[in-house]
Design a protein around this ligand. Structure first.
Ligand code: GLU
Length: 291
């Protein structure tokens, strides 16, 4: 059996909040329940969104919550050579795109499930005269060959047609930064991650990642997407929607609340160690039949 390697991969755009604690808790529990490793990777590839000090705050929160990680923390901003190398390997599938966001939105071809406009393929056959390359996109297969499906350990069967629901997607952004989709695939493969456990806001990204894994010839990990914590309006908790900060003076209460959100039967615990023991047992009972 391959050894289990899981990971938590926060973007340092602010401190850990009630929503990101749920994702951290789920991936930590899955690693513990499997007796595996749990890595932490700081996804600071989008330098425009990175908030100074946020990564250190997140790591400090993990310590407070009693979630030790294995090995050294990995920082995406220090791994650009790896993304460049993967990009070069994808050469035959990539093309420059000169479209602005506005032009893509105006094409009204459709809205992808993540709210972005489906790319209409304008630059597929080459840049129009007068256009300059802004971003670089990956060509997805034609509709008949573009179905990607996988079995999610929480959500069940997930299927997406990359041609109709996503379109050719960006690997290198107009601002010069590598896109999340490329970085995450390169890193999960480079770190030999076997199990990805994260929030369901990334469910729609998974087929793109699986397609990139096929093209790069790297293994596809097993996926488990946990429900996302929302506010009263049904919006994902984030800084923009008024995420509730964690009360770091009462970590046990926060852990119990996060476990309750995942419907794990842990209502009372004497200490954080006691909490982790109970929660790991509960997680194993629920998910280990389905590794
Ligand atoms: N960095 C992403 C986030 O904080 C998570 C990426 C992943 O787990 O694949 O939402």
């Amino acid at each position: 059996m391959t050894p289990y390697i899981g990971r938590f991969a926060p973007s340092p755009t602010g401190p850990l909040h009630k929503g990101s604690l749920v994702a951290a808790l789920a991936s930590f529990l899955d690693a513990r329940a499997h007796g595996g490793q749990w890595l932490v990777r700081i996804e600071d590839i989008d330098e425009a969104r990175t908030v100074p000090g946020a990564a250190e705050d997140i790591l400090q929160c993990l310590r407070i919550f009693g979630m030790p990680w294995d090995g050294e923390v990995v920082w995406q901003s220090r791994r650009k050579d790896l993304y460049q190398a993967a990009f070069e390997r994808l050469n035959g599938h990539v093309y420059p795109c000169g479209c602005t966001r506005r032009e893509i939105a105006d094409s009204r071809i459709g809205i992808a499930s993540d709210g972005a406009a489906v790319y209409p393929g304008t630059c597929r056959g080459g840049l129009a005269p007068g256009k300059t390359a802004r971003a670089f996109r990956l060509r997805v297969p034609d509709v008949a060959d573009a179905d990607i499906s996988f079995e999610d350990r929480w959500m069940g069967k997930v299927a997406q047609n990359l041609a109709t629901e996503v379109g050719d997607f960006v690997l290198r952004r107009a601002d010069g930064f590598w896109a999340y989709q490329l970085a995450v695939v390169v890193d999960d493969a480079d770190q030999s991650v076997t199990h990805v456990v994260r929030g369901a806001d990334l469910l729609d990204s998974t087929p793109r990642q699986i397609y990139l894994q096929h093209l790069l010839g790297v293994p596809t990990p097993s996926y488990l997407h946990v429900p996302v914590v929302t506010n009263d309006l049904g919006e994902k908790l984030s800084k923009q929607t008024g995420a509730l900060a964690l009360d770091l003076a009462h970590p046990l209460q926060e852990l119990i609340a996060a476990a309750r959100f995942l419907q794990l039967p842990v209502d009372r615990a004497a200490s954080t160690e006691d909490f982790w023991q109970q929660a790991t047992t509960a997680w194993a009972a629920r998910f280990l039949m389905n590794p």
